[in-house]
Design a protein around this ligand. Sequence first.
Ligand code: UFG
Length: 355
Amino acid sequence: MLFWSTRQRICRLSKRCSTVNDQQERKIILVVGGAGYIGSLTTHYLASSNYQPIVLDNFSKGHREFLDGFEVVEADVTDPSSVNEVFTRYKIDAVVHFAALTEVGNSMRHPVEYYRTNVGGTINLLQAMENARVRKLVFSSSAAVYGNPVTVPISEKHALAPINPYGRTKLMMEQIIADAEQAWGLSWVALRYFNAAGADPLAPCGEWHDPETHLIPNLLLAAAGKKDNLQLFGTDHPTDDGTAVRDYVHVADLARAHIIALRHMDANAGGRIFNLGIGRGFSVREVIRSAKEVTGSEFGIVEADIRKGDPAVLLADPSAAMEELGWRPEYTDIDEIVRSAWDWYMKNGFEPPSP
Ligand code: UFG
């Protein structure tokens, strides 16, 4: 059961199709890192929810093809003057901040780059917001802040003990944001995503990473014959079948949560943190089975060692987001999540078009 009817789903991808009077002034939302996987879909949903999104992105990872028809500022969040300039050019009501390096393994190899981009970029953004008196922020955080969980499902009260530099940057970013609340009255919502997955088959944006490190796209690349096989990292985790368990949450549900968080801030000052997951875990072997069934392909599996920095189990307790935000994940079936990604790749290709 989806949140939008089919007509609305088609409609919401067209910025011309608004549910309210077009004369009414739309609030400008700066989407920092809005050309990426989750940011781009959020940009589309913002436009069809009567906001005016403006994207700031350096296109180091994101894709222009995802943002056709949107106002885009090509700039790097690590450059303070470019970030300040955007706030003087537009009357920004709120910021949604996605810009970050996000690969766990890469963060183990290049930690300083992660701190510079993720933490440094957030400092620049907050400074520009303070200068311009913009006091609303939705922040894209991660389950990586918890590290290896002591208890599952993981609630927001769980101890914070990240086990890789990526997770540490996300935790530091949350802490800096919380300090800004104390110092100059920033209102904020941090959304700790578990494993973002799937695609909105009607949207022009999906998951194109280079190199691709995530499980579901790698499975689908193997199913489509674009990779020789799927490397399965870790068969001796302390889980039922020895492979890692993750909580796969659909990107459409994540994108929708940002709109809900913006509305929540209109009525609630201060800061809040919410886990976004479906509250069900699937092992890597279960996701492999699903991908084989959805695609009808019998690709090969090569077993390999546990990837450095990978926790065995990440499983969300999303009840706070459900109770306080009224958010409900609509995709809770792993086959449906995998199928949505497969349909998107079949329609849009497995790689971005060359520039
Ligand atoms: N995996 C494979 N083969 C692959 C890709 C992944 O076996 O080709 C395994 C991984 O080792 C892991 C599981 O599949 O056990 C899921 O891996 P993903 O790369 O899809 O996702 P991660 O769990 O590593 O990443 C997620 C989020 C991060 C978050 C991290 C916390 O994407 O934002 O969890 O560890 F920080």
